[in-house]
Design a protein around this ligand. Structure first.
Ligand code: MLT
Length: 408
C-alpha cells in the first residue's frame, strides 16, 4: 500500500484556528441565541479600499476585451507591481531592494512554509515561544523536527522564550542556529523590535552564517516613527535575511490574497559540496515550477494600494484598527489586567488573571461574555497564562466586548 508522509502524524491535534472554530461551533450549537463577538483569528472586517475595488473592476473589464485579456502572468508577479513595491516599501526607506528581488505571491503563510523547500535538511532551526504556529507546523510537516514532547514542544527545534522580562523580543542565543524565524510587529504578542535589536540579530546571522526569516506582515501597524518596518533597514541584512510581506492586514486582502517575499540576490547558502548558492535562483526555480502567479486582477488591486488614493485609504483602515487596539488596551488596563502590545500592532496580549490558564480564560470569556479570543498556549508552551485579542472588528463590537468583559 502507498505510504503517507508520516511527519504529519507528529503534529499536535488541529491547527490552532480551526481548533478554536470547532470549539466555538460546539458552543454555538448549544447556545443558539448567543451573540458572539469574534476577536480571535486576525481576520480583517472592513471592506476593501475603494481604490483597490476600482482597480480590480477596471482589470475585469480589460480581461473582457481582446486587447486587454491576460493569460498566465509572470510567476514572479507583474513588473509594474514589483516596481511600486520596491519603490514605496523599500527604496523610500533607503533599503537597497530592486523590483526583481520581489516575488509576488498569494500569501505569507504559504511563502513562509514553502520556503523550507529550498532549505536543506539538518539546519538548526530556532523559533520564539510563543510563536505564529505556521513556522513550527510547516517544519514538522517537512520532517525537519523530531516528535512532540510532553511540553508541547518539538524535539530538534530550538525555542527562544519571549516574555515580559525581555519585552517579548527574542534574545540572541548563546549557540549558533542556522535558521531563525523573527516576526515584527509580533504575532501573537504585538511586540516590536528596535533597529538596535534587529542589528544584533543581523550581526549574529552574519557571524554564524545563518538565515533570518523575517515576517513583516504587520509592518503597516507600526506607529512609532523610530521603529524599522523592514529588516533591510538594517545594514548587512541583504546577506542574511528573507522578508515576508502581505496585503492581507493593511489593505484587507485576507480573502483577496496577495503578498510578496523578498529574496536579495546577494543571499547565499551552502550546497553539500560547500559551494555557495544564491537562494534567489532556487526560489525563482521553485516558483516557476510550482506557481502560476497571482491573478492579474488581484495584482492590479494590490498595485492601487500604492496610489495616493490607495495610500490614504489604507492608512485610514490601519488607524481604525489601531484605535480599536487602543480601546481594548486601555479598557482592559482599567479592569486591572496586565496587557502588552496593541501600540504598534493589531494584537493585544493579556496576562490571564491569577489561577486561570489560557484555555480556561478562553472558556470563561466564551461562556460568560460570548467573546472569542485566542489562548496564548496555542502559540507555544511559553504562551501559557496569556490570551490574545485581535483589534480586527467593528468599533461597536470592540466597545461591546469591553463592556461585557467589564461585567464578568
Ligand atoms: C492570526 O490570527 O494569527 C492570523 O490570522 C494568522 C494569519 O494571518 O495567518
Amino acid at each position: 500500500m502507498f505510504k503517507i508522509n508520516s511527519s504529519y502524524l507528529k503534529l499536535k491535534a488541529g491547527y490552532l484556528f480551526p481548533e478554536i472554530s470547532r470549539r466555538v461551533n460546539n458552543f454555538s450549537k448549544e447556545n443558539q441565541n448567543a451573540n458572539l463577538i469574534r476577536l480571535g483569528i486576525g481576520d480583517v472586517t472592513k471592506p476593501l479600499p475603494e481604490a483597490c475595488c476600482k482597480a480590480m473592476k477596471l482589470a475585469i473589464e480589460e480581461m473582457a476585451t481582446e486587447s486587454g485579456f491576460h493569460g498566465y502572468g509572470p510567476e514572479q508577479g507583474y513588473s509594474w507591481l514589483r516596481e511600486v513595491i520596491a519603490q514605496f516599501d523599500y527604496q523610500s526607506r533607503s533599503c537597497d531592494i530592486s523590483p526583481d528581488e520581489i516575488f509576488v505571491s498569494d500569501g505569507s503563510k504559504c511563502d513562509s512554509s514553502n520556503i523550507l523547500e529550498i532549505l536543506g535538511e539538518g539546519n538548526r532551526i530556532a523559533v520564539t515561544d510563543p510563536v505564529y504556529p505556521v513556522y513550527v507546523d510547516s517544519n514538522v510537516m517537512a520532517g525537519r523536527t523530531g516528535p512532540v514532547e510532553s511540553s508541547g514542544r518539538y524535539k530538534g527545534l530550538k525555542y527562544i522564550p519571549i516574555n515580559a522580562e525581555n519585552d517579548f523580543v527574542a534574545q540572541i542565543p548563546s549557540e549558533p542556529v542556522d535558521l531563525i524565524y523573527l516576526c515584527f510587529p509580533n504575532n501573537p504578542t504585538g511586540a516590536v523590535a528596535t533597529a538596535e535589536q534587529l542589528s544584533a540579530w543581523v550581526d549574529y546571522a552574519k557571524t554564524n552564517k545563518s538565515l533570518i526569516l523575517f515576517d513583516a506582515a504587520y509592518e503597516a501597524f507600526i506607529q512609532d516613527p523610530k521603529l524599522p518596518h523592514s529588516i533591510y533597514e538594517i545594514d548587512g541584512a541583504r546577506d542574511c535575511a528573507i522578508e515576508f510581506r502581505s496585503f492581507s492586514k493593511n489593505a484587507g486582502f485576507t480573502g483577496t490574497r496577495c503578498a510578496f517575499t523578498v529574496i536579495p540576490k546577494s543571499l547565499k547558502g551552502k550546497a553539500p559540496n560547500e559551494e555557495n548558492i544564491d537562494l534567489w535562483s532556487l526560489w525563482n526555480r521553485r516558483q516557476s515550477t510550482k506557481f502560476n502567479g497571482v491573478s492579474y486582477i488581484v495584482q492590479r488591486g494590490a498595485e492601487s494600494v500604492y496610489s495616493s488614493e490607495g495610500q490614504s485609504q489604507v492608512s485610514k483602515l490601519v488607524s481604525f484598527y489601531m484605535e480599536n487596539a487602543g480601546i481594548i488596551k486601555t479598557q482592559l488596563e482599567q479592569m486591572k489586567l496586565t496587557v502588552y502590545g496593541g501600540e504598534n500592532a493589531p494584537y493585544v496580549w493579556i496576562q490571564t488573571p491569577e489561577g486561570i490558564d489560557s484555555w480556561g480564560f478562553f472558556d470563561h470569556l466564551l461562556n460568560k461574555a460570548n467573546i472569542v479570543g485566542t489562548p496564548g498556549s496555542g502559540f507555544g508552551a511559553a504562551g501559557e497564562g496569556y490570551f490574545r485579542l485581535s483589534a480586527f472588528n467593528s468599533r461597536e463590537n470592540v466597545k461591546e466586548a469591553m463592556r461585557r468583559i467589564s461585567c464578568i
